[in-house]
Design a protein around this ligand. Structure first.
Ligand code: NAD
Length: 326
């Protein structure tokens, strides 16, 4: 039986990945470690909480003594690190915790993985580490060889963590992989992020804040496609490699807002343009051909059907998000 540590498993993508793994691999023990910050919600896992191959542990990845004790006790085979401070706006207001969790926390996990000789350490990273692309060059995409050039304290902390992971592979021979994914959407997404924010505010007839002129482009991937990609990488990915994950679903922010308003039958007069985010990245676009060609991964969801299902999920699961305080 393999024992897998998934950190940040009470957050958006982590909880979807925990469910994916617990249901798919009955012979694996899945340990979900989460600090339960404002972004966590254990209700996201109500449906699997009693599965015999699932266990939750509350704790902080940056707490060295706690992490080393946990590794000593559990003897993990595989580590998948989702735990992070993840909101760019919060990193602009207060970068410190981003360094503690995203950089120091990653280093602690790497040290413990080295000490206890895990079979695989996987770092969940983001396309934001590459910086941004110009809006008028739709021919350009981020590849795994694109130099890291982060713009925000959030992406700088994630890039720092990626460098540490690569260094532990090169210097200590730690068997690592890194994945860099585009923007995710889907169920259990904390409502401070763009898509759930639009759905929750529009359904209450509240105005929808849009940064700048709304022309910034994001590449959207359904969270289930992200989960299938990470599953594949931890099992089949080559040690020491980086894999980009993306679904070629580039949309301007304003297009996303208008699509959701139309689906909800709400007027565009709810849109309110607000002062742009400082350092706001213009365009993200991922080239995922390495993952597709080498490991045979393919995104299953196109944005149009994925967003429709996501909107329906939020309308059917108001209990999950309505009481969350922003
Ligand atoms: P999230 O904010 O929804 O969840 C993060 C989780 O980590 C929360 O449950 C939180 O309690 C936990 N956490 C925070 N600090 C911790 C600590 N010190 N110790 C233990 N747990 C801690 O984030 P998300 O959107 O699910 O993102 C998960 C990962 O995926 C992050 O590493 C993020 O950088 C990466 N990522 C996200 C996206 C996206 O679109 N959301 C895209 C690409 C990559």
């Amino acid at each position: 039986m393999k024992k897998i540590l998934i950190t940040g498993g009470a957050g958006f993508i982590g909880s979807n990945f925990v469910r994916h793994m617990v249901k798919k691999y009955k012979d694996y023990m899945i340990v979900n470690l989460d600090k339960l910050t404002y972004a966590a919600n254990l209700n996201s896992l109500n449906d699997i909480v009693n599965y015999p191959n699932y266990k939750f542990v509350e704790g902080d990845i940056a707490d060295r003594e706690f992490i080393f004790n946990l590794f000593e006790e559990e003897k993990f085979n595989i580590i998948v690190n989702f735990a992070a401070e993840s909101h760019v706006d919060r990193s602009v207001e207060d970068p410190g915790i981003f360094i503690t969790t995203n950089v120091v926390g990653t280093q602690v996990l790497l040290d413990a993985s080295k000490e206890y000789e895990v079979e695989r350490y996987h770092q969940v990273s983001t396309d934001e580490v590459y910086g941004d692309l110009p809006l008028d060059r739709s021919d350009l995409f981020f590849t795994e060889d694109t130099p890291l050039n982060p713009s925000s304290p959030y992406s700088a902390s994630k890039a720092s963590a990626d460098f540490l992971v690569s260094a532990y592979n090169r210097t200590f021979g730690l068997p690592t992989t890194i994945s860099r994914c585009s923007n995710n959407y889907g169920p259990y997404h904390f409502p401070e992020k763009l898509i759930p924010l639009i759905i929750s505010r529009a359904s209450k007839n509240q105005f929808i804040p849009v940064y700048g002129d709304g022309q910034n482009i994001r590449d959207w991937l359904h969270v289930y496609d992200h989960c299938s990609a990470i599953d594949l990488i931890i099992h089949k990915g080559k040690v020491g490699e980086v894999y980009n994950i993306g679904g070629h679903n580039e949309k301007t922010n304003i297009e996303v807002v208008k699509t959701i308003l139309k689906d909800l039958n709400k007027p565009e007069s709810l849109i309110m343009y607000v002062k742009d985010r400082p350092g706001h990245d213009l365009r993200y676009a991922i080239d995922a051909s390495k993952l597709e060609n080498e490991l045979g991964w393919k995104a299953e969801y196109n944005f149009e059907t994925g967003i429709e299902q996501t909107i329906k999920w939020y309308l059917d699961n108001k209990d999950w998000w309505q009481n969350i305080k922003l």
